[in-house]
Design a protein around this ligand. Structure first.
Ligand code: HEC
Length: 469
């Protein structure tokens, strides 16, 4: 019964969005956006050469793409709606209002994409020759266009979250969509998707072709060439993208790459990333020059490296946007920048919907403090022992003994100025006091994994009465 809350409090709210969204990106970029044009091109090539084996090989690869994109790919895409609506309803609500027509269009494009995937796969064996084959390749081209279109639309929204350009003044869909980060990010994601699609198809080739066969040699060579070509726009767009990342966000990169504790390692990490890229490039070169040299297991390595790189890139992009969920407009805890003075004057609880207490009194102080924690910290922190647990964070700073009220209060009141990745505390003095009382209680009872859960104080009281630790 406690499991869902336990899960969230242990791994943190953020992770739920992160898992679903990352799986979605792993499928969307290489398998949908990148692989369809590659497969379509290879189909066209096979036809030109009149090579039936090659065509059959592409059919098998399409089967895998068809299954994965229409199941896990589509489900995680919808899953992002569920997770963001649960964890960050204010953020996703705002994005929906600004980008309503963009999302509406994207939905139509997405449905068309699914229909085209089905047509492309299901007609492959029927439309094998003559004009039918041309039509089939045409469907592949259309499908490639539509899957890129979904990316083209969504990247406008992702860019908006990092830098909203002149939208705060103009407040139009157009100004939000064509934000300063839009085109560079689109170029980056497009070339990344194309390159990693090569890795994925490469990987499949080694299952669907025989060792030492001529077919494998030719297909590996083709895909390696594709990857090498895309590595050029990829390198160029990475630099371009980096240049449009706002300065405040660049300053967050150290913590974003490795978390605070490991921030000093970030040079090592940069080296690892560079090695990853060189390894990928080398693999592609060997594939081009000596396709037979590459053993099957060795292909797993570039593929895993590609997934790692993509995952890490998404993590950093999400992190450096902090303290905002929408740049300069809304903080990650759902508080709008413009609302902050009101909350700091009146408190946030009177304006919060999903809390038990709307005012702090001496009788409800700890429970109201828990509400304050849930509203202002729990998007990013767990309670006592999970990922980024707030108790551990304070113990690192102030030791394991009972904490000093004044120190906690001072930290909370200045948390944004001392750690720019955290939003300013959006509440009044009474709420800071309640939060402090709650945090101290949490520290005392840290063995209670369910600290953030409603009713924990009651359980705690029972334990006190029965004398169990
Ligand atoms: C936008 C997300 C976010 C919010 C909201 C947030 N924090 Fe943080 N906080 C972080 C991150 C990220 C770190 C650094 C984690 C790391 O890399 O170690 C952090 C670190 C901390 C630290 C340790 C600072 C240090 O230098 O060691 C404390 C204490 C802390 N947070 C308390 C709070 C409290 C209390 C709240 C609510 C009032 C809160 N945070 C709200 C993201 C957030």
């Amino acid at each position: 019964m406690d499991f869902p809350l336990f899960f969230l409090d242990f791994f943190g709210n953020r992770i739920l969005i992160a898992i679903v969204a990352s799986v979605h990106v792993f499928i969307n970029h290489p398998l949908a956006v990148g692989a369809w044009p590659l497969v379509m091109l290879m189909e066209w090539w096979g036809r030109r050469k009149g090579d039936a084996d090659w065509d059959h090989l592409m059919y098998k690869i399409t089967f895998v793409l068809f299954i994965v994109t229409t199941t896990v790919g589509a489900l995680t895409g919808v899953g992002i709606w569920f997770t963001t609506a649960l964890i960050a309803p204010f953020g996703i609500g705002t994005l929906l209002r600004v980008f309503f027509w963009a999302w509406f269009t994207e939905w139509l494009v997405f449905v068309s994409e699914v229909v085209l995937v089905m047509i492309y796969f299901l007609t492959w064996k029927r439309w094998l020759a003559g004009w039918q084959k041309s039509l089939h390749i045409g469907v592949g081209a259309l499908l490639s266009g539509f899957s890129w279109l979904t990316m083209m639309i969504i990247v406008g929204i992702l860019g908006f979250m990092m830098g909203s350009g002149n939208w705060p003044e103009a407040r139009t869909l157009f100004s939000g969509f064509f934000n300063p980060i839009y085109i560079p990010q689109l170029a980056f994601r497009t070339s990344f998707a194309m390159g990693t699609a090569g890795l994925f198809v490469w990987f499949l080739l080694y299952f669907f072709t025989k060792k030492h066969s001529d077919l494998r040699r030719r297909a590996v060579r083709f895909v390696s060439g594709w990857m090498l070509i895309w590595s050029v726009p990829f390198a160029a767009s990475s630099v371009w993208y980096w240049q449009v990342v706002p300065d405040a966000m660049r300053a967050n990169v150290d913590v974003g790459l490795m978390t605070q504790r490991f921030a000093q390692w970030h040079e090592t990490l940069a080296v690892i990333m560079a090695i990853t890229l060189v390894a990928l490039l080398l693999a592609a070169l060997v594939g081009l020059a000596r396709p037979k040299l590459i053993p099957r297991v060795a292909l797993l390595i570039p593929f895993i490296l590609g997934v790692w790189l993509l995952g890490h890139f998404e993590r950093v992009r999400e992190f450096i946007r902090k303290p905002y969920v929408i740049a300069d407009y809304m903080y990650s805890n759902g508080v709008k920048v413009s609302e902050l003075p009101v909350f700091q004057r009146d408190g946030i609880l009177p304006y919060s919907t999903y809390v038990e207490h709307h005012t702090v009194t001496s009788a409800n102080e700890i429970e109201a403090g828990r509400d304050v924690f849930l509203v202002t910290c729990s998007r990013c922190h767990t309670t006592s022992s999970g990922v980024n647990a707030v108790v551990n964070k304070f113990e690192n700073l102030y030791g394991t003994g009972p904490w000093d009220d004044a120190a906690l209060t001072a930290f909370i009141n200045t948390m944004h100025t001392s750690r720019t990745f955290m939003p300013p505390f959006p509440g009044n003095d009474r709420e800071v006091k309640a939060l402090t009382a709650y945090l101290k209680e949490l520290q005392k009872n840290r063995e209670l994994l369910f600290g953030a859960q409603a009713g924990w104080t009651i359980r705690n009281n029972n334990q006190a009465q029965t004398g169990t630790p």
